[in-house]
Ligand binder design. Sequence first.
Ligand SMILES: Cc1cc2nc3c(=O)[nH]c(=O)nc-3n(C[C@H](O)[C@H](O)[C@H](O)COP(=O)(O)O)c2cc1C
Length: 242
Amino acid sequence: MTFMAEISNTIQQRQSTRVRFDPNHKVSKESLMQILEATRWAPTAHNMQNFEVIVVDDKDVLKDLGEIKSRVSKIFIRENFLQLSFSEEELLRKRVGILGTNFPADWRDPAKLEEAARKSVERPLKERINSCPTLLIVIYDPGKRAPASVGDVLGFISLGCVMENIWLTAQSLGISVHILSVFSGTKVERETKKLLGIPKHMRIAFAVRLGYPVSKPVKHLRVRREVEVFAHHNRFGDNVFC
Ligand SMILES: Cc1cc2nc3c(=O)[nH]c(=O)nc-3n(C[C@H](O)[C@H](O)[C@H](O)COP(=O)(O)O)c2cc1C
């Protein structure tokens, strides 16, 4: 395979793996170092390198993190509904968003969304992280802002570059990845910071569950818009690529 074909293949094969990982199948130190080396070389605005990574692979620490509880917010349930497709045909037509069958029935019925939000209870994170041998917590210093970056948008883009470097490297090493945004939300972030001794002024951007699935991940429909839908030529709306 040519180098270009390998890169293209890695980019296209990269995907979210939400199934349980084998807690006893460790991510080797060598692989971790390769992932961290790729993180190191991520582009960041003004080369601010506004990130730090906490590698959590101690079973007791993972267990403690797993005890933190989170509750799905009303706004998440409401806005999640707007991204759902209700059949594979619909998703194939839209090519954006996700399949509703991944979510509880209440979350798919517009008449029941408010009730689903009211009924949603706090659940420990262990359901998501107990099985993983390694969790990366990516944190950032909001004070390390690129010059004149209003709303620190360049800082957030930089953290996205960090995420992609981690993800593609893990993918090329055969390590599965599951991003957990839940760590960047108020309560979970606060408790995680306390548990891991993260300095007050730093924020959590996201966490990455790394590992090897216990079962073959169920094949799910992955859709993307076609190039001619999002690429414009010289002028918005003009397209000569198709
Ligand atoms: C910034 C960001 C945050 C994400 N947060 C989550 C998350 O909290 N939970 C989750 O299961 N997937 C999360 N994902 C994964 C996306 O849902 C996923 O990339 C998208 O649906 C496309 O699917 P694919 O990764 O399998 O190609 C996140 C991805 C990104 C880029």
